[in-house]
Design a protein around this ligand. Structure first.
Ligand code: 15L
Length: 279
């Protein structure tokens, strides 16, 4: 295997910090970019630190030099005023993709979100079968920015042949914390498996054609109603199941039906929060 450089934007955010140790590989350098300067390299850790915003065209251009793949996590991660969402999430994604194109980066992974499709509910799916490529149903301006991200990814794939995978990530945290996150959870270990699948050149020995894909970012949760098919097609085989936390989280209510929109819609409380206001 040849030396590989992977640029991670938003490397100091929630998902980025969980992935930093988990995506370390022999022969791979992680170029960690964030507006909040990531921790310096630990002894023996193959990382480069870049303090910059994804909205900075000059910095992004520099950061893309010699890069084999980009994992774009940088942006606002919850509902916020439209102007901020527009500048950081939508225009920032355009800046990242233009920099990728100009530098000849062949593959980009975009952190989309369940909030691009937050208004789908449990009743739209049967037995975990909701496909990953359903039309958007954003639940917030934040969700709209993730729809725009997927649109930009599709555009840059069709125009320039960049291999783009959009991950509609559920909830990537150490552990689930309530009834909803029991089905939206993506364990950090499965998150790393998913990013590795996106980075790998081959699945089962077959070279993969460059493409544009939308994949759910979710673990193999008993309670999930999202299909794993699109993930499995790129070699993502999740191993964790949030159900191991169900009893401790829900106690006597472990077998109760989900109640109310917060538990029955994919976006949960994002579907109810006032538009354009900080959560
Ligand atoms: C997201 O898209 C957010 O970035 C994150 O903060 C979580 O709220 C997550 O979704 C979720 O829906 O649990």
């Amino acid at each position: 295997t040849h030396a590989q450089t992977v640029l991670i934007t938003g490397a100091n955010g929630g998902v980025g910090r969980l992935m930093r140790p988990r995506l370390a590989r022999a022969g791979r350098t992680l170029r960690l970019l964030d507006v909040v300067r990531p921790e310096p390299a630990a002894a023996g850790e193959a990382v480069e630190i870049v303090e910059a915003s994804v909205t900075d065209e000059v910095a992004m251009r520099e950061a893309c030099a010699g890069v084999d793949a980009i994992i774009h996590l940088g942006g606002i991660s919850v509902e916020a005023p439209w102007a901020d969402i527009l500048a950081v999430n939508i225009d920032g994604t355009r800046v990242v993709l233009e920099a990728a194109r100009d530098a000849g980066v062949p593959r980009v992974v975009l952190a989309s979100s369940n909030h691009a499709v937050g208004f789908y509910g449990m009743d739209d799916a049967f037995d975990g079968d909701l496909p990953a490529d359903r039309l958007p149903r954003p639940d917030t301006y934040y969700g709209v920015s993730k729809v725009a991200m997927e649109g930009l990814g599709s555009l840059f794939h069709d125009r320039y042949g960049i291999d783009v995978t959009c991950l509609r990530i559920g909830s990537c945290f150490e552990k689930p914390w309530d009834r909803r996150s029991l089905w939206t959870w993506m364990s950090p270990a499965d998150g790393a498996r998913l990013f590795e699948a996106c980075l790998s050149e081959a699945d089962g020995g077959e070279a993969r054609e460059p493409g544009f894909r939308i994949v759910w970012g979710i673990s193999r949760n008993t309670r999930s109603w999202w299909s794993l098919a699109a993930g499995e097609a790129i070699g993502y085989h999740p191993q964790d199941d949030s159900e191991v936390y169900a009893a401790e989280l829900l106690g006597d209510a472990v077998d109760d039906e989900p109640q109310g929109l917060e538990e029955r819609l994919a976006g949960g409380k994002f579907c109810l929060t006032p538009l354009g206001q900080h959560m």
